[in-house]
Design a protein around this ligand. Structure first.
Ligand SMILES: [Fe+2]
Length: 436
């Protein structure tokens, strides 16, 4: 859509050239005809692009009985309606109309973000829906999704990764790989569109959302893949040490539980995603640390699968301070090691997902900042869904790394009979690493 957006800007510029030139009649006629021939298709294209809603799914509450349908569009008259029903409902069954709300997208260009939460859904059930319409329409655009199961099934898969889009081609390719794996959802660890909270780069969100909508459709059943998002430095003007208003597009697009960039997403009684903000718009220590302690203590011993996920790594691969190869010595990494990792150890989380370094990594099991093969926690990452890669230390060179590769990947997490298996895939399906 970035290309489409440049077309939008082209139209008024071209008019300006035509009207300001002192032209003789013949030349004027020539330019008039040219403008009709050239601009008409551009105008039609621009109108289509501006009106095409970019649809994406998230959760604010219980993923077994709710679904948040979101879309971004430029139509001030489009109602905040989602019409839906169970896919397996008999022909002629009634549709349910859900109403939601909208707000102006933070780009201030008369665009709107719509949120409609579908509630009281049946768990583990496929639904079909359409947006902006009160009644089913012939030729309308219909989407599917599936609610999460209430109890842990024998086989459950999700995908995770971050650092997604330097260019459209590579994010498309990895999104397609995600769809091939038929995940129930995607846990995205920040640096999504790389718009940097900057108005000159806001079109990257259109590209990113469009890539997700078109490519992240489960191969097995055609369902859209819901996303659970963490914030990264490229969501924020200034990167780190900032506040929510510096990440206006991120907060504008994603309705977050408690309207905060750190939150827990509990799925049934079996899986908790602990999404954290690694100093982008919230501080590592203080309020977030206290919340993390409470969130983990409430779930310890009750929820079998607990996964913290955030952007900047404690045990990174490719951004060491000067005169070192040890990325964990970075000041922000040290802060996470001091304030968060002891809580991961204490409450024995299942594994931790980190991002930001544009590499693949798996650490040895770590406890108390040392290798501990009995009670240690494995940290997986390091954020390279669709971006340029960085170099990694050689095998054995950095004490905490069990595996590191300079490769784009996503991590597939499969819970089979209650046991997690982690497989890192490249976009073409090649396996980089397997761990269980
Ligand atoms: Fe980053």
């Amino acid at each position: 859509m970035t290309r489409g957006r440049s077309v939008l800007f082209f139209v008024p510029d071209f008019f300006a050239v035509v009207s300001l030139e002192p032209l003789k009649f013949g030349r004027r006629l020539f330019f008039l005809m040219l403008s009709v021939l050239v601009l008409a298709p551009f105008k039609a294209l621009a109108k289509r692009l501006a009106k095409r809603p970019l649809v994406y799914l998230t959760w604010m509450r219980d993923p077994t009985t709710t679904m948040m349908v979101n879309w971004l569009d430029a139509d001030s008259h489009s109602p905040d309606y989602v019409l839906y029903r169970r896919l397996a409902a008999p022909r002629g069954s009634r549709w349910t109309l859900a109403r939601g709300s909208r707000h102006t997208f933070a780009d201030q260009k008369k665009r709107f973000v719509h949120h409609v939460e579908l509630q009281s859904l049946q768990p583990n059930t496929e639904y079909v829906f359409t947006i902006r319409s009160q009644g089913p329409t012939r030729g309308g655009q219909y989407f599917r999704f599936r609610t999460m199961p209430k109890t842990l099934p024998k086989h459950l898969r999700f995908v995770t990764g971050g650092d997604m889009m330097h260019d459209r081609k590579r994010v498309d390719a990895m999104n397609k790989r995600a769809a091939e794996l038929n995940p129930w959802f995607a846990l995205l660890g920040g640096d999504l569109a790389y718009a940097n909270g900057n108005s000159n780069e806001v079109g990257k969100w259109d590209d990113w959302l469009e890539s997700w909508m078109l490519n992240c459709i489960r191969r097995g059943d055609g369902g859209l893949i819901p996303m659970v998002v963490a914030i990264g430095n490229h969501e924020v003007a200034g990167g780190t040490g900032k506040v929510p208003k510096d990440a206006k597009y991120f907060y504008s697009l994603f309705p977050l539980p408690a309207k905060r960039s750190f939150y827990a997403m509990d799925i049934g009684d079996y899986l908790s995603l602990i999404v954290l903000d690694s100093d982008h718009t919230e501080r590592v220590e203080g309020e977030q640390e206290a919340w993390l302690d409470k969130a983990l203590s409430e779930r310890a011993g009750k929820v079998p699968l607990v996964y913290p996920c955030y952007h900047k790594p404690a045990y990174g691969t490719a951004k060491p301070p000067a005169d070192s190869n040890d990325s964990s010595k970075d000041p922000l990494a040290q802060k996470i090691i001091k304030h968060w990792c002891p809580l991961f150890d204490k409450y024995q989380v299942t594994a931790v997902f980190e991002n930001d370094h544009h590499t693949y990594k798996r650490t040895h099991p770590l406890l108390n900042n040392q290798i501990d093969r009995k009670r240690g926690i494995v940290y997986l990452g390091d954020g390279c869904w669709g971006v340029d890669t960085r170099a990694v230390p050689k095998p054995g060179e950095l004490w905490y790394l069990a595996k590191a590769e300079s490769k784009r990947h996503l991590i597939s997490v499969t819970i089979r009979d209650g046991k997690p298996e982690y497989v890192a895939y490249e976009a073409d399906g090649k396996v980089i690493d397997q761990h269980s």
